[in-house]
Design a protein around this ligand. Structure first.
Ligand SMILES: NC(=O)c1ccc[n+]([C@@H]2O[C@H](COP(=O)([O-])OP(=O)(O)OC[C@H]3O[C@@H](n4cnc5c(N)ncnc54)[C@H](OP(=O)(O)O)[C@@H]3O)[C@@H](O)[C@H]2O)c1
Length: 215
């Protein structure tokens, strides 16, 4: 994997863990946020850069959209046109406001329309790839489970972008499964709800998906 400049839009646990993973892989990373002071510890630990959303978007040759699903569209709008033509890894989930019911998170999408498709339709020149949406942030880089590498389902419309992201995910320690174009996110995003149930009901957060196949 050739080294690149990575712009991560976000300051939460996903931004920090994926950002640190990219640093470990030898890339230069800038995290983007409205509140740079939140990232002082991350910055001190990694020696990497922190900026605004716009600065991180301009910095990155490859981007990660690590913001709350509800604001994903707004944040991409804010950083247009710096993101045109760039590959953007999309781990977002369409989690709605409101409480989980029996551990099941509320979504603001419906079964026939995903957040990923909405973003891709709004920003057709951005090369979005859904990835890392159904694994807990602590396990996003080199996860170590007794059953071997977890499966990571990805999708997106741009084959070259998907191949690049697939390579990254494999280096990060996953068995990568390409489920096809953007529409597959209708099936991938809900896996976040399944993954969260044991956490929200029994405080069990240490698990991952494994896709068993005979082909
Ligand atoms: N947590 C996980 O384990 C996990 C796993 C898989 C996928 N995901 C998905 O990954 C994404 C990031 O998750 P997370 O848990 O790291 O963090 P999060 O709490 O979902 O999102 C934090 C980020 O959202 C931004 N944000 C929130 N409200 C905003 C607003 N009104 N305007 C602009 N930006 C706003 C924050 O910006 P500032 O930096 O400016 O505060 C921050 O960077 C989410 O879509 C989540 O569903 C999470």
């Amino acid at each position: 994997m050739s080294t690149q400049k990575i712009g991560v839009l976000g300051s939460g646990i996903v931004a920090q863990k994926l950002g640190a993973g990219f640093v470990r892989e030898g890339h230069a990373v800038m995290l983007g946020t409205r509140h740079p002071q939140k990232l002082a510890e991350w910055q001190a630990k990694t020696g990497e850069q922190v900026g605004t959303f716009a600065e991180a978007a301009a910095f990155g040759e490859l981007l990660v959209l690590a913001v709350t699903g509800r604001v994903a569209q707004d944040v991409l709008q804010q950083v247009e046109p710096a993101i045109r033509g760039k590959v953007v890894i999309d781990p977002t989930n369409p989690i709605a406001e409101g409480k989980p019911v029996a551990g099941v998170l509320p979504f603001f999408t419906d079964p026939n329309r995903s957040l990923h498709e909405m973003l891709q339709a709004t920003f057709p020149e951005v090369r979005l790839v859904k990835a890392f949406s159904h694994i807990g942030a602590p396990f996003m880089y080199r996860p170590d489970f007794p059953g071997g590498p977890p499966s990571l389902f990805i999708c997106g419309n741009d084959a070259t972008a998907k191949s690049q992201v697939s390579d990254i995910c494999a280096h990060f320690g996953f068995d990568v499964i390409d489920m096809g174009p953007a529409e597959a996110a209708r099936a991938i995003e809900p896996l976040c709800r399944l993954w969260c149930i044991p956490g929200l009901t029994d405080r069990q957060w240490e698990h991952a998906f494994k896709w068993l196949r005979r082909y």
